[in-house]
Design a protein around this ligand. Sequence first.
Ligand SMILES: [Zn+2]
Length: 343
Amino acid sequence: MALNHHPQNILKLVMAIIGLCLAISDHINLVQGELQTLTHHPVAKVQDSADGLLSFLVVGDWGRKGTYNQSQVAFQMGRIGEKLDIDFVISTGDNFYDKGLIDEHDPAFEDSFTNIYTATSLQKPWYTVLGNHDYRGNALAQLSPLLKLKDSKWVCLKSFILDADIAELFFIDTTPFQDNYFTDPGDQVYDWRGIFPRREYLSNLLKDLDMALRESTAKWKIVVGHHPIKSNGHHGDTQELVAQLLPILQANDVDFYINGHDHCLEHISSQDSPLQFFTSGGGSKAWSGDMSAINSEATKFYYDGQGFMSMQITEVDVQVLFYDVFGRALHKWSTSKWLYSIL
Ligand SMILES: [Zn+2]
């Protein structure tokens, strides 16, 4: 039978090929997982200088239009940020109190962010996750590209990976893990758009994180979320994360877990692995004296006032410092990975 070159048949053939291509590209996307990867290649610095190769600050729980010492913490961040020649800033969430942003045009974005963190050294990317208070407003507004147009340093996604050469950072959306926000929300209304079906959202996120961690060849693996896994602060340990997230971090040799949520600064070590837990949630209102039971064996440092944290990373060592509202160093800790382990 002769080949039929009728235009309709050719159109059908073209449509079939396009359909096949789309199906293949969908498959590739699924195979690659859903976590978007951003890259941040640090500006080359002198290897043996005190500055280190990668430096950043971590602040959480801050957006109060400058009140509760937010402006003072911001000022000290600017000073330390300049001294360390930082590459970027990490925000551990609860970016805007009390109920996130109303929409992309909410002036709280300028009042609590752009007009507060004005130091030259802080005009670097702010890699940001959402906290539970951000979910009490329009959570999607904080992810809007419009905010980046207003202030180019703002980088906020629900979950993502940051490839910074010697370190890889995995930002995880921890708010939807917390059962009582769903079962006992009280008067609070959460913006759960994009979260349902919840069980599937969480299992996909954990699967994607596990796969990305397994494939990571970075010298240092750091996971960032809003809620603590371990904390001596008001909220204490987050049982959902202890049960679901912690085993993945331990199985993949994650070095550090960094969070906010408890309005304090703290450092807790692991008893059974090198994993270290750092809370930096002192960006504005602190909860002086409001603590849960202290695990004295694992706790290296606890401070119930305002402040922030810095991290300086080289190929072989990491130095962590916590600062108070006056910029005084409160706790200094460092660790090394010897050359044999990175060859
Ligand atoms: Zn919180």
